[in-house]
Design a protein around this ligand. Structure first.
Ligand SMILES: NC(=O)c1ccc[n+]([C@@H]2O[C@H](COP(=O)([O-])OP(=O)(O)OC[C@H]3O[C@@H](n4cnc5c(N)ncnc54)[C@H](O)[C@@H]3O)[C@@H](O)[C@H]2O)c1
Length: 342
């Protein structure tokens, strides 16, 4: 199994889920990652120690590099791709979209081409015992008003260079299924949180700033709504799709856990203040409302009834429990990060 972007936030958590929680999975994982600012091979040092060589191999390589991708497909006889690698931070895509286009669109294309070339049987037909699973986001659907949910049939309406590049990749993946019969599945997930997320994203940024006694920047009026899912629940959903999903289908994955950013921040302040013994009211005083992100989507909310009804997936980790685990992880690991602003 080739996992791209496995040194990043969701990819590293997914690899753990596959190796440690997925009954019946006995394959070997090749983690291909270019180690951009967001990737950190150290997230999986313990996994490398435990499974290294036999069931886990790290390849420091770029998905945009055709030679590297071809070599990895051939060397490891890859039969499954789980494609996480991407540029992922909306703010960075607004300042400098270049890598978003080359990695998210061209990189996905390079992987699809390798799969198309390598997965033909002796008669030149596409193999059926292979799978390309593409990881996408709910942001491709655009922004919601106060009501409604994104379903798998919601038309795409991306509004940032990040979401547009992900939408482009999604369309390419589906086009390879329809045109070349490449066995693909696709999932669109809501906002993830948990250990190993680079602290430019809302939850880890707020935790680390609280721990460092810095101010807590909140975009606009703080009333933007996101639907939060614990990262391991996402990993388990992907593992289920790999096992039981139908090729050519897409699955929405969500937390069914909508929250305004400002309300989330107050919840985090409560948890952190109790853990580090600081007065919550004092931390609240450091909240700083800053100018809104251009084109900031107001609300995302996912209808994930398809994966629940068809594959029996359920979220297992409650928001309270997940936030506790996340805060604990950052208290332990915060000195491993130096954050360069976008
Ligand atoms: N974080 C979320 O809340 C969220 C929600 C839905 C979907 N997604 C999607 O999930 C995937 C993973 O997101 P994440 O939050 O873990 O991202 P991340 O930024 O934490 O990690 C991305 C990983 O990809 C690697 N990478 C980047 N460019 C590469 C390249 N050219 N070649 C090889 N590796 C490269 C990085 O080194 C890093 O390890 C992305 O496709 C993202 O669009 C994320």
């Amino acid at each position: 199994m080739l996992v791209t972007g496995g040194a990043g936030f969701i990819g590293s958590n997914f690899i753990r889920v596959m190796l440690e929680q997925t009954a019946g999975f006995e394959g070997r994982i090749i983690n291909m990652d270019a180690l951009t600012y967001a990737g950190n091979a150290a997230f999986l040092y313990d996994v490398a120690k435990k499974y290294g060589g036999e069931r886990y191999i790290f390849e420091h390589a770029d998905i945009r590099n055709k030679e590297s991708v071809d070599r990895i497909f051939a060397e490891y006889a890859v039969d499954t791709v789980v494609h996480f690698a991407a540029e992922t931070h909306v703010d960075r895509s607004i300042v400098k979209p270049d890598d978003f286009i080359t990695t998210n669109v061209t990189g996905t294309f390079t992987l699809l081409e390798a799969a198309r070339r390598n997965w033909l049987d002796k008669s030149g037909s596409m193999r059926r015992d292979v799978l390309f699973h593409h990881i996408s986001t709910d942001e491709v659907y655009g922004s919601l008003g106060d009501a409604g949910y994104f379903t798998e049939t919601t038309p795409y309406a991306p509004r940032s260079p990040y979401s547009a590049s992900k939408a482009g990749a999604d369309h390419l993946v589906m086009s390879y299924h329809h045109t070349y019969k490449l066995p693909v599945t696709l999932s669109n997930c809501s906002n993830n949180y948990g250990p190993c997320q680079f602290p430019e994203k809302l939850i880890p940024l707020m935790i680390i700033n609280m721990l460092d006694g810095k101010s807590l920047p909140v975009y606009g009026d703080g009333k933007n709504i996101r639907d939060w899912l614990f990262v391991e629940d996402h990993g388990r959903a992907v593992a289920l799709i790999l096992k039981h999903g139908t090729t050519g289908e897409k699955y929405n994955i969500g937390g069914e856990n909508e929250m305004e950013n400002i309300k989330l921040l107050y919840t985090l302040i409560k948890i952190v203040s109790e853990k580090i013994g600081r007065d919550a009211k004092e931390i609240e005083k450091t909240i700083n409302f800053v100018m809104d992100r251009p084109g900031h989507d107001r609300r995302y909310a996912i209808d994930c009834s398809k994966i629940k009804n068809e594959l029996g997936w359920r979220q297992r980790v409650s928001f309270g429990e997940g936030l506790e685990k996340t805060v604990d992880w950052y208290i332990k690991n915060r000195y491993n990060y130096s954050v360069e602003p976008a």
